[in-house]
Design a protein. Structure first.
Length: 278
């Protein structure tokens, strides 16, 4: 059974995150260890993660595989270490409230999934890339969700119905897969700390498979309703999970939600009390 990891640091935030993840059920009967064809191997038969980057018939890097983030930090805070996102006052106030209350109204507590890009960085819950002609699909183990990135030459829709993962189109710039996404529905968070976004959000992700077992992703955030300028995420690094498959992971109940809501209200009261004494 694959269990969501509790980050080594983060204290109460980490415990709350683990509690939220535990609300969802994960099946145990699955292919947890199965030698997959096409996997380069070392002389002792182990997957060779340092082997050359696989390529498709047209010579482009093949991003296909099951991936997991190397660190929980990017799920907690998308911004590079030592920097702050250039939030406008309303967004900054909302972010401050979420941080002070340790995640007030975090979407996962209501059985809503992570969004773009943090669905790729959830601890213990990997995602699978299926790269095909005309479309690349991301399958998220969390809540059994998926995301489509169209590569058939279409343009982003002009006035789409807002969607949780937005609408995505992709293209290749050399060996880098560039993905533009727009048409987001408000409600998701950019990371677990609570960086907000509005319906004006546009993201540009840049995927680069370094070798067989490693991939890097950078994201540019562009949301003029929430941020004073564009800003870039930290470089997120992922390691391939070879010889395995995704597990079923569903949000089956909200039994822990009342506990979380009481905790969040208590944190809000503590924060308000401290402000009143200043």
């Amino acid at each position: 059974m694959r269990i969501p990891r509790i980050p080594a640091s983060g204290g109460t935030v980490a415990k709350l995150t683990f509690l939220i993840c535990a609300m969802a059920g994960t099946a145990t009967a699955q292919w947890l260890s199965i030698p997959l064809p096409g996997t380069p191997r070392t002389p002792d038969g182990k997957p060779n993660l340092k082997a050359a980057t696989p390529r498709t018939a047209d010579g482009k890097p093949d991003l296909s595989g099951i991936w997991g983030a190397d660190s929980p930090r990017w799920n907690e805070n998308l911004a590079p270490v030592g920097t702050e996102a250039p939030m406008l006052p309303a967004a900054a106030e909302l972010y401050k409230h979420r941080v002070e209350t340790l995640g007030w109204d975090r979407p996962e507590a209501y059985c809503m999934p992570h969004g773009v890009p943090d669905a790729m960085t959830v601890g213990g819950l990997p995602f699978k890339i299926l790269q095909m002609p005309g479309v690349t699909v991301l399958l998220f183990e969390e809540f059994h969700k998926y995301r489509q990135i169209h590569t058939d030459g279409r343009q982003l829709p002009v006035d789409p119905d807002p969607a949780w993962y937005g609408y995505s189109i992709g293209r290749w710039e050399g060996d880098t897969f560039v993905v533009e996404t727009a048409g987001f529905k408000e409600g998701s968070w950019l990371d677990n700390n609570g960086h907000p976004h509005t319906d004006a959000l546009r993201t540009t992700e840049r995927f680069r498979r370094v070798n067989f077992g490693h991939m890097e992703v950078e994201v540019t955030i562009d949301d003029p309703k929430a941020y004073s300028r564009q800003w870039k995420s930290d470089t997120m690094r992922f390691t391939l999970k070879p010889d395995t498959e995704l597990l079923e992971h569903l949000c089956e109940n909200n039994r822990d939600l009342p506990v979380l809501e009481r905790y969040w209200r208590d944190q809000e009261q503590v924060t308000s009390s401290k402000k009143g004494k200043q």
